[in-house]
Design a binder for this molecule. Structure first.
Ligand code: CU
Length: 493
């Protein structure tokens, strides 16, 4: 940065870009207002805030001379993606996705890769402008790394931005073999951000009562942020007034329109690095296509527990499977079941779920409340006792499941006669609340029963006024979690 620019920045507290943009937009009040909003003055010296990857954290490194050395191990991991579900994924260093690697522009980086999988693999460094020897295309740029084998990748980092690493075997990638690689710029971006988060957008197809993702299935029923399905996702904690960056990374099969409540953000980066200021575009939803990264920034100037979620309706659900059978429920008709019977689709007499004998089985329902006939249908409203009886697994595994606020009174008298009843009220409502099962300091002070209304690719950006922010941060510190993904923020708080 030249002296003149530094001088202007320290004098005006707004940055040189302000001047050029004023020229660009003209000096009208409206444009000035917009420009102020997107460039919210973080006027002091700029710095790179370490990226927080909630629920995953960072990969540690050691120094060997001038080289930053990372050890990346591919292995099978048991991963609890929700209090209801543990799966057998393939990931890195005990997690799927793998831990985030953070380096600085100008670093010399060595990654010692080890394959503890039962089949060959290799690691592709997505977006790197590096030599072909480091590209990780098995059988093309390098021999596949056999089980028990090793391969050393070595990079001089000259780029900056949000990059990835992943297996270049497609099915392995869908089993969880992906991670983020952050290159911090030598000269920090202006204005700098007070909080910088990364969210992997990920999906698995796992049959009910099964633990192994079907990597060839096209119908995904578990939609995850950083390896967790809502409400098990950890909220992003920010202080009122913070400038916040969120980096969305999509290494899956679907595109995800990511939507933030209560704020307008600007898209400031892609998988190709930083976008020049003049190219930033505003929105509250950004489409993150497959193999893309989208960095968005906003000033958290609106206090509240704001949802951030994929806006595809099926990506806001857990454990869905195809609807089978007619939709409107008939009193007394046996149908559905619990998750252990494949939501009623895997067993029954006759077995075929399309038969007239069966009512609807949406697959994601866990029962409801207030039925007249009291049949254990998947989506049909049940008495609370019947519903709980139909879910013995839930009762035993989920001692912390709560009954929500929804009462039988919430159902209209004629509900059973209404086509398409029931919809969300009984599937995402009272029976699903599990505040206690997903309790963590970041959830402190949320509205009781909140967890019954959050599934799939959902979490909160909690924009907390100073007092409340300090209280939540204090609780997070007190938890003393090993390898806390939030450690970079907690150390500075
Ligand atoms: Cu989505």
């Amino acid at each position: 940065m030249n002296n003149r620019r530094s001088f202007l920045q320290s004098t005006l507290g707004l940055g040189a870009a302000w001047l050029s943009a004023s020229k660009l937009f003209g000096e009208t009040g409206q444009n000035t207002k917009i420009y102020k909003r997107i460039h919210h003055a973080n006027s002091g010296p700029a710095f790179n805030m370490p990226v927080v990857t909630t629920d995953i954290g960072d990969m540690p490194y050691t120094m060997d001379g001038k080289a930053k050395v990372f050890h990346l191990t591919a292995e099978v991991v048991k991963q609890k993606i929700s209090p209801l579900k543990t799966i057998d994924a393939w990931g890195f260093n005990g997690n799927a996705p793998g831990p985030t690697i953070q380096v600085n522009q100008g670093d010399h980086v060595r990654v010692v890769f080890e394959n503890r999988l039962p089949e060959p693999t290799s690691i592709h460094w997505h977006g790197f402008e590096d030599t072909i020897q480091n590209d990780g295309q098995p059988g093309i740029s390098q021999p596949p790394v056999k089980p028990g084998g090793r391969f050393v990748y070595e990079f001089d980092i000259h780029q900056s931005g949000t990059y990835f690493y992943h297996s270049h075997m497609a099915m392995q990638e869908m089993a969880g073999m992906l991670g983020a690689f952050i290159m911090h710029p030598k000269e920090p971006y202006r204005p700098h951000c007070d909080k910088d988060f990364l969210i992997h957008l990920q999906e698995y197809a796992v049959l009910p009562n099964n633990t192994v993702p079907n990597t060839m299935n096209m119908e995904f029923n578990w939609l995850l942020f950083n390896g967790q399905a809502g409400p098990a996702t950890t909220p992003l904690i920010v202080r009122l007034g913070d400038r916040v960056r969120i980096r969305f990374v999509n290494l899956g099969m679907d595109h995800h329109p990511m939507h933030l409540h209560g704020h307008t953000f600007y898209t400031t980066g892609t998988e190709g690095g930083r976008i020049p200021d003049a190219g930033w575009w505003p929105g509250n939803t950004v489409l993150v296509g497959v193999a893309q990264a989208r960095d968005v920034e906003f000033v958290a100037n609106n206090p509240g527990d704001w949802m951030i979620h994929c806006h595809l309706p099926h990506h806001m659900m857990n454990q869905m499977s195809s609807q089978a059978g007619k939709m409107t429920r008939t009193a007394g008709m046996p149908a559905g079941g619990d998750m252990n019977t494949g939501m009623g689709m895997l067993k029954g007499t006759p077995g075929a779920p399309m038969g007239e004998e069966y009512g609807p089985a949406l697959g994601r329902g866990l029962g409801g409340v207030g039925n007249a006939s009291d049949e254990a249908t998947t989506n049909g409203p049940l008495s609370q006792k019947k519903a709980m009886d139909a879910m013995p697994g839930m009762q035993h595994d989920m001692g912390n499941m709560q009954m929500g606020q929804m009462e039988q009174d919430d159902i209209a008298k004629n509900a059973n006669d209404v086509p398409n009843f029931p919809q969300d009220a009984y599937m995402e409502g009272p029976m699903m609340a599990m505040d206690e099962a997903v309790e963590r300091p970041e959830n402190y002070g949320l509205n009781a029963g909140w967890s019954g209304f959050m599934q799939g690719m959902m979490t909160f950006v909690r924009v907390l006024p100073p007092e409340k922010y300090d209280e939540v941060i204090a609780r997070m510190k007190q938890a003393k979690r090993p390898n806390d993904p939030y450690s970079a923020i907690l150390e500075r708080a």
